[in-house]
Design a protein around this ligand. Structure first.
Ligand code: HAM
Length: 414
């Protein structure tokens, strides 16, 4: 058997794990600044949690869920997204007593999509939700938060915020009816994939990437004409606030999102540097979802971003390793070296040794790892009861007693 990882999965290490850790730190910092509490849910749930809320005709439910029957014949699914599990957790743990509830989570999701650049079958998401308020200010706060996080992580990336409003359930039903009618009258020019969606999920034709579909969608009915006065006001208030905050946005009437639970505000951040999987972050309002899941009839709103896609746009950090390398020239000095190890550990000084009693190999390793210093333990050091410490940036070499090392490292701009 050839050893390989499953298609669409990937191991995260080296530069990428550094980026993942940076993303996670910045997300946690911003979450705590805005008082979002972290929540972790299991990676699998009952299949029913996803099928209806995400949309029985959505691609995720029709083609992409990893579902299986366990030994009790229960139908389980690896979570394809985080919003429904988070709401499930809020309901089952009685977290909805004190509203609004502001929660966030980071972790892996699973979708059986065709793998390509920025698209995996196991990928990681950052996810923020506010449950229990209809106020457009919550929409503003969530967009501001996403903007802060992306600006901090990707200061130089060219990303664009797209927004749209989908109105309420009635708006969507009327709009879908008229959209189906329109697409039916242009059926002969649509792609095969879109023809299948005319009656079941016409919204998805609007964000098709096929050229002919895009041309036909340009003259399709626009949702704004179907919005109620209340939905229009919500949308207008949001736009005024974004302008006040100087957050640039584009209105995109064809932005409909891939999951069925959305209403009113929807938004996405896109980048031209991601290839065809150009959406970095997406979200919106889902005012009927919590009730559908068996909770109270309260509104909600949130967003999720793909960590792999953010990492693709992040620049690598050139790190000078702060580790001190050790060179031990002979096995007979090992006990002397143990005293040094004890001292370094007690003083929280990070160090590295390659288990090779060879000065040259230790120097090569220190140089290729961009170590700042190397401490040499050889015949002279052992006999004289001192340590030689070399600053690899300046070349300066100093002889020190054990208890002088900490001060020396701190004095000499480590
Ligand atoms: P989504 O648009 O399906 O929304 O996914 C959000 C983000 O996850 C995408 O913009 C993308 O960056 C990343 N993503 C999705 N699929 C993949 C994949 N196969 N490989 C790599 N990255 C991927 C949701 O999941 C909603 N639950 C967001 C939300 C939260 N809405 C309200 N609250």
């Amino acid at each position: 058997m050839k050893l390989r990882s499953v298609r669409g999965t990937h191991d995260i290490y080296g530069e990428e794990i550094n980026k993942f850790n940076r993303i996670s730190n910045i997300v946690s910092k911003n979450a705590s600044l805005k008082n979002f509490k972290e929540i972790q849910t299991p990676i699998f749930e009952f299949t029913d949690l996803f099928a209806k809320p995400l949309g029985e005709q959505s691609d995720v439910v029709l083609k992409e869920m990893y579902s299986f029957q366990d030994r009790n014949n229960e139908f389980l699914t690896l979570r394809p997204e985080y919003t429904t599990p988070m709401i499930r957790a809020a309901i089952t743990n009685n977290l909805l007593n004190d509203l609004p509830l502001k929660i966030f989570g980071i972790g892996p999701m699973f979708r059986r999509e065709r793998p390509q650049k920025g698209r995996f079958r196991q990928f990681n998401q950052i996810n923020f939700e506010i449950l229990g308020t209809k106020d457009f200010v919550a929409d503003v706060e969530l967009i501001l938060l996403s903007n802060n996080i992306l600006n901090e992580l990707l200061p130089k990336a060219n990303i664009r915020l797209h927004i749209n409003s989908l109105g309420d359930k009635k708006t969507l039903i009327d709009f879908k009816k008229n959209l189906s009618k329109y697409f039916n009258s242009h059926k002969n020019k649509l792609s095969e994939e879109s023809i299948k969606k005319i009656d079941t999920n016409p919204l998805r034709i609007l964000d098709s990437k096929n050229h002919e579909d895009i041309e036909i969608s340009k003259s399709s009915p626009k949702i704004y004409e179907y919005l109620s006065n209340e939905a229009k006001k919500h949308y207008e208030d949001l736009k005024i606030s974004l302008n006040i905050l100087e957050i640039n946005f584009e209105e995109n009437a064809n932005l409909v999102r891939g999951l069925d639970y959305y209403c009113n505000t929807v938004f996405e951040y896109k980048s031209d540097n991601l290839g065809s999987q150009d959406t970095l972050l997406g979200g919106g309002r889902y005012d009927g979802l919590i009730k559908v899941l068996g909770g109270p009839d309260i509104p909600g709103m949130g967003w999720a971003a793909g960590i792999e896609r953010i990492a693709l746009l992040m620049e690598s950090e050139k790190k000078i390793s702060s580790a001190i390398h050790i060179a031990v020239t002979n096995e007979k000095f090992i006990n002397y070296f143990l005293h040094l190890q004890k001292y370094l550990s007690e003083n929280s000084i990070s160090y590295y040794w390659n288990y090779k009693y060879n000065l040259k190999k230790s120097f090569t390793k220190a140089n290729t790892s961009s170590a700042s210093h190397i401490i040499i333990i050889g015949e002279n050091e052992f006999n004289g009861n001192f340590f030689t410490i070399k600053n690899l940036m300046t070349g300066e070499q100093t002889e020190l007693n054990l208890n002088q090392i900490f001060n020396h490292l701190n004095d000499k701009s480590r």
